[in-house]
Design a protein around this ligand. Structure first.
Ligand SMILES: [Zn+2]
Length: 278
């Protein structure tokens, strides 16, 4: 599933295509949304925002399209009324004079007014967005130490969208690796220095991934690996999807287990107490 940085980049592309422009025509692929086509066509889009892994497209008449890509949703933006050759189902199209923004395959789409937006069950549960300009290291430490979270395993809370919105599985694995923490560790077990390091890694790796198109490995090291012939997928991570390959720091083979239903990749040496589910 795409994580916060990928969704934020998709929203940036969308904003370039449709923000501050009048949506000449809006199309929905799902029958129950058809009545909204007329209400949104002809309205100006004043913002495209992310809420964790969801995108809000905000119209000047107070209506908002909420969309969550989940596993299969894909946005495509291009010249007006140019459709890519795709066998996927078109779920949403927003056309203006110059561009079309097309959402394929996603089924979690809703049109909400401002009060429905405030009451939306998914949005209501979300913690602060990890890519928000306002979020600070101190706020993250405060959340880590909150009674709701401080006794839970980090491997679990780092993908819990009510803790922080936008983190997903690859960021979880990479954040735990750079802080040398086992997934089973709780915030309660960490001293102030380790908590500060963890909060910093959460912010920095998310931002780096957004800025670099998905690289969470040391950026210079990733570049060097690609210069030496490694593919982007092979160079971008410290540990994620690197099972059996040597740790870049200590040469120990990277291992994989499962935590909260998703593959957890780690270095058994650098993350010394990482024995979750083994
Ligand atoms: Zn290692």
């Amino acid at each position: 599933m795409p994580e916060g940085p990928e969704i934020r980049r998709a929203a940036d592309n969308l904003a370039t295509a449709i923000k501050d422009k009048t949506a000449k025509e809006v199309f929905f692929g799902q029958d129950h949304l058809k009545p909204f086509e007329k209400l949104l066509s002809g309205e100006k889009i004043w913002a495209v925002e992310t809420r964790g892994k969801a995108i809000l497209t905000r119209f000047s008449n107070g209506l908002n399209i909420y969309s969550h890509n989940q596993l299969y949703g894909r946005w495509h933006t291009g010249a007006a009324y140019e459709f890519p050759d795709s066998s996927r189902q078109l779920r949403l199209a927003i056309h203006n004079d110059t561009h079309s923004a097309l959402l394929y395959s996603a089924s979690d789409i809703a049109v909400l007014n401002e009060s429905e937006l405030a009451d939306h069950p998914f949005l209501q549960k979300l913690g602060p967005d990890v890519l928000s300009a306002d979020i600070t290291q101190e706020q993250i430490i405060e959340r880590l130490l909150h009674p709701k979270y401080h006794r839970r395993q980090l491997g679990g809370i780092l993908t819990d969208q009510s803790f922080l919105a936008g983190l997903g599985n690859y960021l979880r694995c990479e954040i735990l690796f750079v802080t040398g923490l086992a997934a089973k560790t709780t915030a309660q077990q960490c001293g102030p220095g380790k908590l500060a390091q963890l909060a910093q890694a959460i912010l920095e790796l998310s931002q780096q991934s957004y800025n670099t198109g998905g690289i969470t490995n040391d950026h210079q090291h990733a570049k060097q690996l690609m210069d030496e012939g490694a593919s982007f997928e092979d160079a971008r991570f410290h540990v994620f999807r690197r099972v059996g390959k040597p740790c870049y720091h200590c040469n120990t083979p990277i291992e994989k287990t499962t935590a909260n239903g998703q593959g957890l990749y780690f270095c058994p040496n650098c993350q010394s107490r990482c024995y979750l589910d083994r």
